[in-house]
Design a binder for this molecule. Structure first.
Ligand code: G3I
Length: 383
């Protein structure tokens, strides 16, 4: 059953404004027909303030229209959605295949885009075969994989997600860290060693810790922010070569958002010397009722509020969307549990399934173009 969103007045006004702004920004008339106006390039807009803008892609759809042209117009950063994950590389353990990962690196180069590496260590991408080996065998395999990846793409990677999603503020461990194959076989105390190995293998790449669920104003997000800060403070004390906090930003309009709380979190990360990258942005309209224009307007309003906060802060270096259009979005390919109650596909990205810009595009373009706050390039914490 779809819920009617209860929004404060200013948000409703913003939605109305975004609805009409979008028609202009997308070149769509009220009838919905396109009268081909060139869209502003999002990476060009981001560069005005020293930032970059980009997308996670899979070679399976990135080579085809409309994604191909959208990337040419808007991408200044490329992340491999899956192709650089350990499970993708080593589908058959012991027989690494870099074909798809190489293709993503090549696509980024052809687009003159920065390449983000995702991800060297993640419990969900560890080959299943390794779940029951001894710690010694696991450490040898994880080390070899990390070094092989970091060395293979050395000099081509802007930032590596070294470690992904190790925080679980509600875990039974008490230290805010997730129970997983990594905690069991690599050891939570040894997480900093992953960053040291990555730095040694590719000294030029920035190194990120990447995680989700810290961007909105819900009690569980607050717990996750605290747990991440606690972990990062420890790593910084231990002189871990971590440069970047990657905030995935899989947002949902059904959750509250507080610009002041997110800004405070950015300040806390800055105090640790970390810069911030928005690494997997999308906005789910899980519970928004109404027609597509109303749904898109609400999605756009959250994009606007969130990005205003991000590009209003000097520590935020780049914004990367997780997928390009609604039809290639993981949200619409993913488990039943992520679907809307009415069974309709969600509208989480900037472009509809045909590649037409939606209200969210207008919101993002306007936000990137209107900020005066530049990325602080001195935020480079190479240790
Ligand atoms: O390619 C196979 C296909 O051959 C097979 O028929 C099909 C059957 O399930 O699976 C396909 O692979 C799937 C792959 O996505 C490509 O769609 C995998 O099962 C599925 O596990 C994989 O899911 C990915 C997920 O990470 C797990 O790696 C999603 O695409 C990807 O968007 C998602 O990305 C994560 C980030 O890495 C970390 N942050 C959260 C984000 C969203 O969950």
């Amino acid at each position: 059953m779809a819920l009617t969103p209860r929004l404060p007045m200013h948000r409703r006004e913003m939605m109305r404004w975004l609805g009409s702004a979008c028609l202009v920004a997308t070149g769509m008339g009220a009838s919905g027909s396109a009268y081909a106006q060139p869209l502003p390039g999002l990476d060009v807009a981001a560069r005005r303030t020293g930032r970059r803008f980009g997308f996670a892609i899979d070679p399976a759809y990135a080579d085809q229209e409309p994604v191909k042209s959208l990337l040419e117009q808007h991408a200044g950063v490329i992340t491999a959605e899956n192709a650089m994950k350990w499970r993708s590389i080593e589908g058959i353990f012991g027989f690494p295949d870099y074909t798809r990962a190489d293709r993503v690196a090549e696509m980024a180069a052809n687009l003159h885009a920065e390449l983000r590496g995702h991800t060297l260590a993640w419990h969900q991408s560890t080959p299943a075969y390794l779940a029951n080996v001894t710690p010694q065998v696991f450490v040898r395999a994880q080390t070899a994989h990390l070094q092989a990846m970091a060395q293979r793409y050395a000099g081509r990677i802007h930032t590596w997600d070294v470690l992904n999603e190790v925080v679980d503020a509600d875990s039974k461990r008490g230290d805010g860290l997730r129970e997983s194959v990594l905690s069991k076989l690599w050891g939570t105390d040894q997480y900093p060693a992953l960053f040291e190995l990555a730095r040694a293998a590719d000294p030029l790449a920035k190194l990120a810790y990447n995680d989700y669920g810290m961007e909105q104003d819900e009690p569980w997000c607050e717990r996750r922010r605290s747990a991440v800060l606690f972990m990062l403070e420890d790593w910084v004390k231990r002189k871990t070569p971590v440069d970047v906090m990657g905030l995935q930003a899989h947002l949902d309009t059904s959750r509250r958002f507080s610009a002041s709380k997110l800004s405070r979190f950015f300040d806390e990360l800055r105090a640790l010397g970390l810069c911030i990258q928005i690494t997997e942005l999308d906005v789910r309209d899980t519970q928004v009722s109404g027609n597509l224009i109303e749904r898109d307007a609400e999605v756009a309003a959250l994009y606007r509020e969130f990005l205003d906060t991000c590009v209003g802060h000097p520590s935020v270096e780049m914004v990367v969307m997780w997928n390009v259009t609604d039809s290639d979005s993981w949200v619409n390919r993913w488990r039943q549990g992520q679907r809307r109650a009415d069974g309709q596909p969600m509208r989480p990205t900037l472009f509809d399934p045909q590649g037409q810009a939606k209200a969210a595009f207008g919101a993002v373009a306007t936000t990137l173009r209107s900020t005066q706050v530049k990325f602080d390039k001195t935020m480079v914490r190479h240790t």
